[in-house]
Design a protein around this ligand. Structure first.
Ligand SMILES: [Zn+2]
Length: 331
């Protein structure tokens, strides 16, 4: 309903005596398509994702764009947007190859076919799962470091002045956005994902949220921990979910790290971001290593670390992901 209200509000603003009748007709038309689009928008809004701090201007741009296109909704949005130009596949070939590698090889041709276009409403990147394309900010190849959300990345230890920033950044981001696309493509039920994640989060056998991943260093050979003292993915998930909703909503005390998943995370889109964040955390492991940054290729150690991440999640969550991951990780 927000869509309808904001669009008609805009029209009323422009109403003058001379154009009153014409605008009244337009309002009626917009109201007609608005109902249909509300559903469409709700689906797409699942992908606001990396624009974690959603401001009025940004979200309005999205609504406006979607409202303008309804008649041709059977065609990909990017084809109808003259400003939509695909990113350079050549310039991003290394990143794209590495990103697609972490998924099941059977998905390769599909993932390769997903358009990645410049999208002025995306600060960094966002997926449009039902329309099956990914939009990235116009500064994608140059100055993500100019993003007004750079402090979010810096809080995560990414130094945006570092030349390596872009490679790692693009890798993690594209994995996340492709997961959104794949969730819809594979028909994965968000609600099931949410339930599995919620059970896992409160299950002490999978450890407590912690920013420290050192437990891997002490694991050798067949030694498998009976219970994990720590769980980095739980930590990341909580942090990301709060960032997603609004950075300032992260409690200033440490209470957000405690085991209160059911009580404290309430969202209309349960399971959508959990799916993308957990998947991203497992699949992107290694993207900050010197080797990856230098060569743009995953090393054996990176693959091993991705696999070790499986220890942190439950089989129920793994089942939700189905055959999305490269078997090299999943088995
Ligand atoms: Zn997301």
């Amino acid at each position: 309903m927000k869509t309808v209200r904001r669009v008609s509000g805009r029209i009323y603003m422009g109403t003058s005596k001379a154009y009153g009748i014409r605008n009244a007709v337009l309002v009626a038309l917009f109201l007609l398509v608005g109902g249909t689009l509300a559903n469409s928008y709700r689906n797409e809004s699942a992908s606001r994702d990396q624009n974690r701090v959603v401001d009025g201007a940004g979200s309005y741009a999205v609504r406006q764009q979607i409202v303008k296109i309804p008649v041709f909704s059977s065609l990909p949005t990017w084809l109808l947007n003259r400003e939509a130009v695909s990113i350079s596949r050549e310039r991003n070939a290394t990143v794209l190859k590495s990103v697609i590698e972490v998924f099941n090889p059977s998905l390769k041709s599909f993932l390769t076919s997903v358009p990645i276009v410049f999208d002025s409403s995306a600060d960094t990147a966002k997926a449009y799962p039902t329309k099956c394309y990914i939009g990235v900010g116009p500064d994608w190849d140059n100055t993500v470091r100019q993003s007004r959300h750079r402090r979010i990345y810096e809080q995560r230890g990414m130094n945006s002045d570092d030349p390596v920033f872009m490679n790692r950044f693009k890798t993690d981001l594209l994995i996340h956005e492709f997961l959104h696309i794949l969730q819809v493509y594979q028909g994965i039920d968000s609600r099931l994902c949410y339930e599995a994640v919620a059970q896992w989060y409160i299950d002490l056998r999978y450890g407590l949220p912690s920013p420290n991943g050192d437990i891997y260093a002490s694991m050798t050979g067949n030694r498998k921990p009976d219970s994990l003292a720590i769980n980095r993915i739980k930590y990341i998930l909580w942090h990301d979910l709060y960032n997603y909703q609004r950075l300032s909503d992260v409690p200033q005390d440490e209470s957000w790290k405690s085991m209160q998943y059911w009580e404290r995370y309430r969202s209309a889109e349960k399971g959508v971001e959990e799916f993308a964040y957990i998947g991203q955390e497992m699949l992107s492991s290694g993207s900050s290593t010197d080797n990856y940054i230098k060569t743009g290729q995953w090393s054996d150690i990176d693959w091993q670390n991705k696999k070790l991440r499986l220890l942190e999640i439950s089989p129920d969550i793994m089942a939700v992901f189905g055959g999305v991951f490269n078997p090299r990780i999943a088995k």
